[in-house]
Structure formats: structure tokens, C-alpha cells
Design a protein around this ligand. Structure first.
Ligand SMILES: Nc1nc2c(ncn2[C@@H]2O[C@H](COP(=O)(O)OP(=O)(O)OP(=O)(O)O)[C@@H](O)[C@H]2O)c(=O)[nH]1
Ligand SMILES: [Mg+2]
Length: 194
């Protein structure tokens, strides 16, 4: 969080985390196209030649005021592929809330769990932890065959009982709901500290 008292602005950072190909960039792209241009900044995406995210995607949006301050949400996604570990650490610095985009497919469970453990480790390095931090879970790719049932996903991933949204990000289903839920969590916490 960064408060600019002169401009009465509070900058808040939400990071979309999760394994490679779970749909993080797809979420940001949908949000970008959905939002009124007056409320958002540009979507910046750095991609490799293979069209996978190399570094991050970034999008800024404004919502209603918090205690008279104008909140600006900076949305980032991390590169999920295992070897971009350093990028993930950098992007998580100063994070105020997380959306964990899990891939619902049965054969992606190990990757989901590894990514969640990686997130926990990086949060701890930033003085936070999953237990005491605003984060939400998105179970994405619900349209595909052989998806894990929701109660099983909850049993494996939702050990802190955080808000859950089912999604088909490629069609936009559940995307804005997920963002709203994350914003609510972050705003709830910010109201206590400013
Ligand atoms: N069937 C289906 N495909 C999806 C869904 N969401 C995303 N995809 C597809 O999954 C692929 C990967 O999506 P991305 O958004 O690039 O994944 P990512 O999480 O940003 O991946 P990294 O940047 O590598 O970490 C793309 O081909 C998307 O179109 C979904 O809900 N259902
Ligand atoms: Mg991506």
C-alpha cells in the first residue's frame, strides 16, 4: 500500500497468482475489456515469443472512495512457470491482496499445490502469511472435462476458508466476481489501517 496524502490517493496492489496456464492473464484481459476506459489505465503485458507471460501483466483501476481517499488498484499477474521464481518474488513486494487462480483439471492438482506453497513462502518473506491475509480462490476452467469437484478442491486448497469463485475465465464467467471479492478483502483491511 502506498498513500499519497497530497493527492488523497491510496495505491493498492492485487496479485493474480497460480500455476502456469491456469488463466491469470486471461482474467486481466477480460477485466481490461470490461472496464470503462475512464476508470482504467493501460494493460501492459510482457510476453515471450511463445506467448507465455515472461514477467507480468499490469492494469490499474479506480473504484469508489475509502474514507475520502481515492483508491487505485494495481493488478499484476505473475508468470506461473516454475523457473520464473525470481520474478514472482519481485512482483509480490508490497502486495495487499491475492487472487489465486487454480486450474480445476485433475492432472493440474500438483501444480496448484506447488504454486500455493510457493505463494506462502513468498508471502512469508514479505512479512505476511496465507492465514492472515486477504486472498481469494478462483477455481478456473470449469468448462473442461475431468475437472475436480468443488468439495475436493476446497479440501485440498482452501484450508483457510477464504472466499471461492468458480470460473471460466476464457468466457469471462466469474472474473468480475473474483475481482470484487478480492477488492472487498483488501478494502476491509485498508479501512483498519488508514
Ligand atoms: N477451456 C478453458 N481455457 C481457459 C480458461 N481460462 C484460460 N484458458 C486458456 O488457458 C490458456 C492459458 O491462459 P493464460 O491466461 O495465458 O494463463 P496464465 O495463468 O497467465 O499462464 P502463465 O502466464 O504462463 O502463468 C490460454 O489458452 C487461455 O485461453 C477457461 O476457463 N477454460
Ligand atoms: Mg500469464
Amino acid at each position: 500500500m502506498f498513500v499519497n496524502w497530497a493527492l488523497q490517493e491510496v495505491n493498492l496492489k492485487i496479485v493474480y497468482y497460480g500455476p502456469g496456464l491456469s488463466g491469470k492473464t486471461t482474467n486481466l484481459e477480460f477485466i481490461y475489456h470490461k472496464l470503462d476506459p475512464s476508470l482504467r489505465g493501460d494493460l501492459i503485458t510482457l510476453k515471450t515469443r511463445e506467448e507465455r507471460t515472461l514477467y507480468f501483466d499490469f492494469l490499474q483501476l479506480e473504484v469508489g472512495r475509502i474514507k475520502g481517499m481515492k483508491p487505485k488498484f494495481n493488478l499484476y499477474t505473475i508468470p506461473g512457470q516454475v523457473y520464473y521464481s525470481y520474478s514472482r518474488k519481485i512482483i509480490l513486494r508490497g502486495v495487499d491482496g491475492v487472487v489465486f487462480v487454480a486450474d480445476s483439471q485433475a492432472d493440474r492438482m500438483t501444480e496448484n499445490l506447488d504454486s500455493l506453497m510457493d505463494l506462502e513462502q513468498n508471502l512469508i518473506e514479505n512479512g505476511h502469511s496465507l492465514e492472515n491475509f486477504p486472498w481469494v480462490l478462483q477455481y478456473n476452467k470449469r468448462d473442461l472435462p475431468r475437472v475436480i469437484p468443488i468439495n475436493e478442491l476446497n479440501a485440498k486448497l482452501n484450508f483457510h476458508r477464504v472466499p471461492v469463485v468458480e470460473a471460466v475465465a476464457s468466457r469471462g464467467a466469474g472474473v468480475m466476481e473474483t475481482l470484487k471479492s478480492a477488492i472487498q478483502g483488501v478494502v476491509g483491511r485498508v479501512q483498519k489501517v488508514i
